[in-house]
Design a protein around this ligand. Sequence first.
Ligand code: PAF
Length: 292
Amino acid sequence: MKMHTTKQSLGAALAGERRQGRTIGFVPTMGALHEGHVSLMRRARGENAVVVASIFVNPLQFAPTDDLARYPRSLEADAALAAEAGVDHLFAPEVAEMYPHGSIATRVDVGPIGDIGEGAWRPGFFAGVATVCCKLFHIVAPDRAYFGQKDAQQLAVIRQLVADLDLPLEIVGCPTVREPDGLALSSRNTYLDPEARRAAPALAAALMAARDAAASGEESAEELRWTVKTCLEAEPGIRLQYVDLFDADSFSARERLDGRGILAAAAYVGGTRLIDNVDVVPAALPAEVRGR
Ligand code: PAF
């Protein structure tokens, strides 16, 4: 695996790969890699001749009150994991390489999807994600880019970005990887102390209880929210911030489950904010659509 810290070095290496007609798969990350990231890299490895991953903790997607300085950084261990997962080129630029003037004036405005769900609690977050992904897509020029379903709204924002701006790449969504007790893998799990780690799987369990209620015929978003809230009342270590139902394709907010949906939530576990989501499918959908 070749490490690059400059756009120029990565660009030169990828120009050579492209000249030979090799397809490029890209996995953008913020580092602190775990098995979830590794699953994206392996998928990219299986579907492309060349695999590029990036590690860049993007300041544009952190609010001033957020944990940018504290965000876990572990470049050496990350590089070892990426190499083992079959990455050919690892791009790990400093902030000054991506934003030579400290920041940039231009932002990608993602419209209403940026103001609901996660966006309602983290203003500007999705503009920051879309802006850095737009830059990275131009720098890497991949044929495919891989994103986890764990960040379902981010995946929807990136799909919208690529469609709206006619960016010439395919976006591949990949399943959430979970611990055996159900906790979705996340770089932020490293913040959990033993008590918080014990409590954390209750978020996934509550979402899965609501998913089961939907499968048994419950279609009201209010009732599905109530199921999640009630389950979490039994776990004092978790403070739910929101739980909402979204359309699985457009990610617009829904009050009724009238097609495939995503039930997404954020919660504080100790001092750590975790997000998770599950697919919810109405019992009334034909079996072939339900099993999709
Ligand atoms: O999901 C992430 O790690 C980040 O939001 C991404 C897509 C790498 C953009 O900074």
